[in-house]
Write a protein that binds this ligand. Structure first.
Ligand code: NA7
Length: 489
């Protein structure tokens, strides 16, 4: 069989029409695959940028780097892109690249089982599909983590998770409580500090804050990007950004490196120089190392928490009552709105989908100890099933679009084995995954993420789950699969 004929006949299902699912659909279409179906549980593309719409939502990666390599965008408004602009960008790309006809919206895949050499998928509404190849592009942070706070259902005002923001609820002049100090809570406090009459930031753990500049691009700059394609491409791969990513990932891998010392000095100086009230400064001072939790990049958080309407509350929350939040000191903080910026279940990936591989092995059992996949992409006994942004991949303060594109480059070479007729089934060998996972865990414990803090980077055993090596190591791995690690049947 020629590769071309293979691509025309193979049935490929992509799960999810977010950044990575769209990338897969575009690349599959370009490569000549003719039988592509994308299933999307919602009614629009965009994934995390569709779901998150909270005030102040901004990506912490520079706009031009957080852009598909093949579709640079001269019109980004700021150095860091606002969430709504990213959503518009993805919608534009979905139209421009003609992938909308491939997407079945409002169709949530609930089961995906490998039987008789094919994947059989079913949606919540009962639609059934058969596929030769499945690409899971379901995202990482998509299942909200609701806190277990007594009385949470008794609150008489508006209460919602930040990824389910209720835009009917007025904010101006309101008494607002934000629970959580991750990137989300920090961005919301920065956005609402002058709109709320009272803004209480409930902080369980303080965060190190990396200062950034986030000015708007001038019209002249945008015009230059529009008229000079080479400049636009340069912006996508700006040497300073690439050097920062390299420095940052080197620091993560080696907590005793000069790069890490520089990060620590920068965030410490940010705190010391920009928070004037000594009591507040101590409240905001973390007792763990910088970058142990995902670093918060913010141009204005310290400015925001020093606004008159804002108060940082460090007393433990003991309950939520009809009128507000009760803290352990006995005080009732009366509120109109409570935003739960309490994060996500970072170990969900494709779940709650019921996925069953070769020989009846259930993904939930395979992942009983922790989510794992060879190079974040392939699992033994899950043939022709590939993940983008799967477990143990690089997730950090750099562009996940770039990561997904590199992963696609790798997956595409695995698909080619099937399309060209060299084999019918491709998945990683058990031993290769075991070796990879053991080396990964060993390296992960030595990274800054394992230096003693709680974060969504850690698995249930407290071991960092993200890529524990340098960015360059990832780039090298993604350049070409080591086929000896794969079962090609
Ligand atoms: P994160 O980074 O997981 O932050 C969640 C925050 O919520 C964090 O400050 C938690 O405190 C806090 N939290 C969680 N449960 C509770 C309870 N029960 N009581 C008080 N505080 C609580 O989520 P984000 O949405 O901010 O960011 C997720 C990622 O999205 C981000 O890293 C970017 O990649 C984009 P803790 O620190 O655990 O004490």
């Amino acid at each position: 069989m020629s590769s071309e004929a293979g691509r025309e006949s193979l049935r490929v299902v992509v799960i999810g029409a977010g950044m990575a699912g769209m990338l897969s659909a575009i690349r599959l279409k370009e490569s000549g695959y003719k039988n592509i179906k994308v299933f999307e549980k919602a009614d629009r593309v965009g994934g995390t940028w569709r779901e998150n719409t909270y005030p102040g939502l901004t990506c912490d990666v520079p706009s031009h780097a957080y852009t598909y390599s093949f579709e640079p965008n001269p019109d980004w408004s700021h150095i860091m892109p606002p969430g709504a602009e990213i959503q518009s960008y993805f919608e534009m790309v979905s139209r421009k690249y003609g992938i909308l006809p491939l997407i079945e919206f409002n169709q949530e895949i609930v089961s995906c089982a490998y039987r008789d050499g094919v994947w059989q998928l079913a949606t919540k509404s009962g639609q059934k599909t058969t596929a030769d190849i499945v690409i899971a592009a379901t995202g990482v942070l998509h299942v909200p983590r609701y806190p277990h706070i007594p009385g949470i259902d008794d609150f008489e005002g508006a209460l919602f998770h930040t990824s389910r923001w209720d835009h009917q609820v007025p904010l101006d002049g309101m008494r607002i409580g934000v629970i959580g100090t991750g990137s989300t809570g920090v961005q919301i406090v920065s956005a609402l500090c002058k709109r709320a009459s009272k803004l209480l930031h409930f902080q369980r753990t303080p965060q190190w804050i990396m200062p950034i500049e986030n000015r708007p691009f001038t019209e002249a700059e945008k015009e230059a990007f529009r008229s000079d394609y080479a400049l636009l491409k340069y912006m996508q791969n700006e040497p300073e950004y690439l050097a920062n990513v390299e420095r940052f990932t080197n620091a993560i891998v080696n907590p005793e490196s000069p790069e890490m010392a520089e990060i620590e000095a920068t965030v410490l100086h940010n705190l010391e120089a920009n928070v004037t009230d000594p009591a507040l400064r101590e409240k905001l001072r973390p007792n763990y190392r910088a970058a142990c939790k995902r670093l918060i990049f913010s141009p204005d958080f310290y400015h925001a928490v020093q606004q008159p309407a804002v108060e940082v509350i460090t007393d433990k929350i003991s309950a939520i009552e009809a009128k507000g939040v009760r803290t352990a000191d006995g005080k009732l903080h009366e509120l109109d709105v409570i935003a739960l910026a309490t994060g996500f279940h970072a170990d969900r990936f494709m779940r709650p989908m019921n996925i069953v591989g070769r020989g009846g092995i259930a993904l939930n059992d395979f992942w009983a100890d922790r989510p794992k996949a060879h190079l974040a992409i392939s699992m033994p006994d899950f043939p022709n099933f590939f993940m983008l942004n799967g477990p143990n991949g690089p997730v950090g303060n750099f562009s996940l679009i770039d990561i997904a594109e590199q992963q696609w480059h790798y997956i595409d070479q695995l698909l080619e084995q099937i399309a060209s007729g060299k084999c019918r089934e491709v998945c990683v060998k058990k031993q290769a995954l075991e070796d990879f996972d053991a080396a990964r865990i060993d390296a992960a414990k030595k990274t800054i993420f394992g230096s003693g803090c709680q974060s969504w980077y850690l698995d249930d055993n407290g071991v960092p789950a993200t890529w524990p090596w340098t960015q360059q190591h990832f780039i090298d791995e993604m350049s070409e699969p080591k086929f000896e690690d794969y079962e090609l049947i």
